[in-house]
Design a binder for this molecule. Structure first.
Ligand code: FAD
Length: 439
């Protein structure tokens, strides 16, 4: 297999790695890699920080191993290679009445990446996390031997692989239960939320199948936490192919994401919505993957890139801690127009899964000299509120925070130590956070 030495990064582009990448197209080529140079798998690198990086080492890019291997139209059980994307699954099976039960905010995430981060969607309170819809996984360990794992066959390894950040081996294929998809369009209701309290009440009262909030992180004082709540249910329109994509061809200068322009953008974004809200019909692709039409939108943050901070807080601390987080972000001047508030249920599929019943906040933060100090404060506020930081987005967590946020960390470490005793699947993030507990 040919290894290509290159510098590559996560979606945030604030961290990068120099290392060797192979892109096998056939299972035989993957087997050869696993026999000679077992290396962590990566998908489309839609994780933001260093989750999918391995500096001075090797990684196996799984995106060419993307075939659908079997589908039962009666039950919705799909078997696919790990490089198949969520968008492909939606576009292929949506018109047949089936879709992934859980979809992250980008259709470019691969099946392997969605399992390894146990991703959540805009329906987490009802559908739980991605891993809860995985029937079984074909996992290739450091020995190169594939084994099928499920809740019935080796539950500890299965639960350490879901949300396990690739540390147990390479997911070659998976069988997942798709959910019914009753239409090609969503009926979306958008309403203005005056502040954080209204937002949280809006989520609590919502009966919609899907809900998500956009927050104005430049707002402060009585407006703190204001934004737009989107609630959606299936409508009755036909399934449409995704619209044409556009690209941002260059790195945008830093001032564009500076406070004055972001403040102005946010104000206009909020005001474009009538005071009494609006109802509209959107295609599934537009509703679920709103940013995917602009390829390389991560260039908006310039050459230095950005970090994403995402945390979840339990209901009993959410109001106070979200207030503190939003105050810190608003005061820092490092606000971004892309900030999301969502409700979460209790569902989680793996030992290291992110979800927790409560509220989750995700905020992009430009990579500037003062962003490290801000991120450290946001991580501290999360920990003191008994919350958890999402490792798919993380680039800044202190390793000492990890056990306080992840009660199943000791069990995870035990399984990983057995599955990969020589650390073949370690990544920059697992080393930075001492995820495996070996340091
Ligand atoms: C615009 C945008 C919106 C997003 N919205 C959401 C959201 O709503 N909810 C959410 O939960 N996440 C969200 N994410 C994050 C994204 O869904 C996850 O980071 C996902 O894991 C990315 O998948 P990927 O294929 O790009 O994996 P990568 O980023 O390439 O890899 C992620 C991890 O998975 C491991 N991995 C990948 N493939 C395999 C494999 N075959 N076998 C073993 N391990 C593997 C890697 O080692 C790494 O640890 C969003 C990201 C973006 C850019």
């Amino acid at each position: 297999m040919r290894w290509k030495e290159t510098t590559y990064s996560g979606w945030g582009r604030a961290l990068d790695a120099l290392g060797k990448i192979a892109r096998p197209e056939k299972v035989a080529a993957l087997n050869a890699i696993m026999a000679n140079t077992p290396a962590p798998a990566i998908g489309n690198r839609r994780s933001y920080g260093d989750t999918a990086l391995n500096s001075d080492g090797h990684v196996t890019d799984m995106t060419r191993l993307d075939r659908f291997l079997g589908f039962n139209p009666e039950t919705g059980l799909l078997e696919a290679e790990a490089g198949a994307t969520i968008g492909d699954i939606l576009d292929t099976f949506g018109p047949q009445g089936w879709m992934p039960a859980v979809m992250p905010g980008t259709g470019f995430a691969t099946l392997g990446g969605c399992i390894a981060n146990d991703v959540h969607g805009k329906n987490h309170q009802l559908a739980g996390s991605f891993g809860q819809h995985v029937e079984s996984i074909l996992l290739v360990g450091a020995s190169g031997k594939p084994q099928r794992i499920s809740l019935k066959r080796n539950a500890p390894l299965f639960r350490a692989t879901i949300g396990g950040l690739g540390q147990t081996g390479v997911i070659l294929t998976a069988r997942i239960h798709l959910a019914k998809c009753s239409a090609g369009t969503m009926a979306v209701q958008e309403r203005r939320m005056a502040d954080l309290d209204s937002f949280m009440d809006g989520f609590a009262e919502s009966n919609a199948a899907y809900s998500v909030g956009w927050v104005d992180t430049t707002a402060s004082g009585v407006d703190l936490g204001r934004g737009i709540l989107e609630e959606a249910n299936f409508s009755s329109g036909a399934f449409a192919k995704p619209r044409k994509t556009r690209s941002i061809p260059f790195n945008v200068p830093g001032f564009v994401m500076g406070k004055p322009l972001v403040k102005l953008f946010n104000k206009l974004y909020l005001r474009r919505l009538p005071l009494d809200g609006r109802d509209r019909e959107r295609s599934l692709n537009d509703f679920f993957f709103p940013l995917d039409r602009i390829l390389n939108w991560n260039r908006l943050y310039g050459k230095k890139g950005f970090h994403q901070f995402q945390c979840v807080l339990p209901h009993d601390t959410a109001r106070t801690q979200l207030t503190k987080l939003l105050e810190e972000i608003s005061n820092s001047g490092l606000c971004s127009p892309l900030s999301v508030l969502k409700q979460m249920g209790a569902g989680r599929g793996g030992m290291m899964s992110f979800p927790m019943e409560g509220m989750t906040l995700a905020v992009d933060i430009a990579n500037k000299p003062k962003s490290a100090a801000l991120l450290a404060r946001l991580n501290d506020i999360t920990l003191s509120g008994k919350g958890r930081v999402y490792l798919a987005k993380d680039s800044s967590l202190d390793p000492t925070h990890l056990s306080g946020m992840n009660p199943e960390l000791p069990a995870f470490r035990e399984v990983v130590a057995k599955a990969d005793p020589d650390g073949a699947f370690a990544t920059d993030q697992s080393r930075r956070l001492n995820l495996r507990g070996t340091a």
